[in-house]
Design a protein around this ligand. Sequence first.
Ligand code: URA
Length: 227
Amino acid sequence: NRMNYDIETKNSNPGSEIPKPPPIKQQENFISSEDILKKCSNLSDLCESLKKFNGSNLKKTASQIVFSDGNPKAKIMLIGEAPGADEDRLGKPFVGVSGQLLDKMLDSINLNREKAYLTNIVPWRPPGNRTPTDYEIALFRPFLLKHIELVNPKIIVAVGGSAAKALLNINDGILRHRGLWKKLVVNEKLKIDIIATLHPAYLLRSPSQKKLAWEDLKLIRDKLKEL
Ligand code: URA
């Protein structure tokens, strides 16, 4: 099994007799993400590698890759969940209704897509807009960490529960973790300040929670001022 990057196994209990799951069957010519990522030295390499990566079925049902939007030189990188129908059609993250709310949230702290960089934890639209599975999140995580390393932002915002789960090693809900600065260990040399906030799609369903998102936005605004 060449997919030997770290996937945290929750409840792993070395002494127990729980049988290990069978190794994942790999297609012929399967190239591990580790091998692929060694060769990526810039964002266009990474995007091309993701386009070629056949380790996930999501690629088969999506119409195109949704890699990123905004300014790769920005100090702040926002990371969402996965493309929806609009993003899949247009090839850019956060261009549908939640994206419009996200733009308003950014605007409220004097940010926009020239001053921020946006991506998702998963680059292909999951069919029917379902939430990415833990397996999919783990599969794309090495690509996401490489993406972060190449952009090297000063601040990361995990937008919503799935992004928080992918980046913060948490099992419980986003409401317990939002609005708290933490450190993301990207690699041995790179640690980046990260904060989780509520997803605009959630805020559209639960508008009374917007006050919490506003608290987070103010923390982000203040942190950016310190830089
Ligand atoms: N929701 C996300 O998390 N990401 C997008 O790109 C669009 C909607």
